[in-house]
Design a protein around this ligand. Sequence first.
Ligand code: NAD
Ligand code: MG
Length: 383
Amino acid sequence: MGRRITILGSTGSIGTSTLDVIRGLGPEYRAAGLAARSRWRELAEQAREVRPSAVAIADPRHAADVRPLLNGATELLVGAEGLVELVRRPETDFVVAAIVGAAGLESTLAAVDAGKTVGLANKEALVVAGALLVPLAEARNVDLLPIDSEHSAVFQAMAAGRRAEVRKVYLTASGGPFRTWTAEQMASATPADALRHPTWSMGPKITIDSATMMNKALEIIEARWLFGLDVDSIEVLVHPESIIHSMVEFRDGSVIAQLGTPDMRTPIQYALTWPQRLEGCARRLDLSTVRRLNFEPPDLERFPALRLGFEVARTGGTAGAVLNAANEAAVEAFRENRILFGRIVEIVERVLERHDVVPDPDLQTLLEADAWARREVAECLNA
Ligand code: NAD
Ligand code: MG
């Protein structure tokens, strides 16, 4: 059972790992489409290697740069509409949603709407619009397969029982680069400090989210939507080695964990080959050299983002869109050295406090909440 795969965000960390997995899987798995925002040279280089039927460049200013580098077999699509057109094309049946941030929502929704199987890395799409994406996937009979390592682990562990038999889901967290730092040290950490992740190599936005633990907050909301969980059944457990990727506890007391080396190619491949398992390319796990697996409860004082994650998961409505957009804007400001590390979550919390949550929002209302939150962050920065 092969796959014709479109990769949204092909030039990113997940995108390039996906291409790596496809190379290893052999000819039944082909890249049928590629899309990126602005890294046109890399996009063209990828297209020359895998010869997709089409590529899309989201930033229209770079269309003229890519065009001459493509061979005649590859069509060029442009702008946000180009990405939507790309996922709808009949040459593709599987879409890897690996754009970073709410920018990936529109194309992910379009892929689900077009009935394509989706491998979801873009957790922000679910945080913003899980209440729309999940029912749409059900209506279109589309599989939304997790690529995020924790959610891939939960998905695999869930296969050991029935949904009604699940008592608890433990999302593991490495704790990020500041796991052992004091609040004072963290307050003025630099972007370079925050980008030094101890176990995973990932794109810059998610790496900074791991440092604030906002990444785990987003993952609580992601898990809630993907598995239809009651928020009270989700727990976060710090596990610095990143070997156990998450666990499911069933009501009889059995706890099923999924383990592996910290390499995103494993969960990416599982999504692509599901329900089969094929030979993988990640380094194999050798527990005799790991020797010790450690666990500790998360520190909500030093990592208040986690508390926000649980609150927003319970609140629902437009709260997820606001949490996500405020975080995206604050992380960007931190990366531009406009705010100190300690202010990222502080700003997100302040914006959430000022937001009047709209229950059961439609897409337009979610996009408005997103834009409102970004304006609020801009105001905080200028105040
Ligand atoms: P990255 O920054 O390395 O790559 C982002 C990709 O998205 C790039 O290809 C870029 O061109 C594209 N992109 C950005 N904005 C766009 C836009 N407006 N339109 C079209 N394309 C756009 O990010 P990443 O680390 O690969 O993360 C991608 C997603 O996967 C995120 O949602 C992240 O949370 C999730 N994720 C990543 C990892 C990881 O190991 N990197 C693990 C779990 C989940
Ligand atoms: Mg994760």
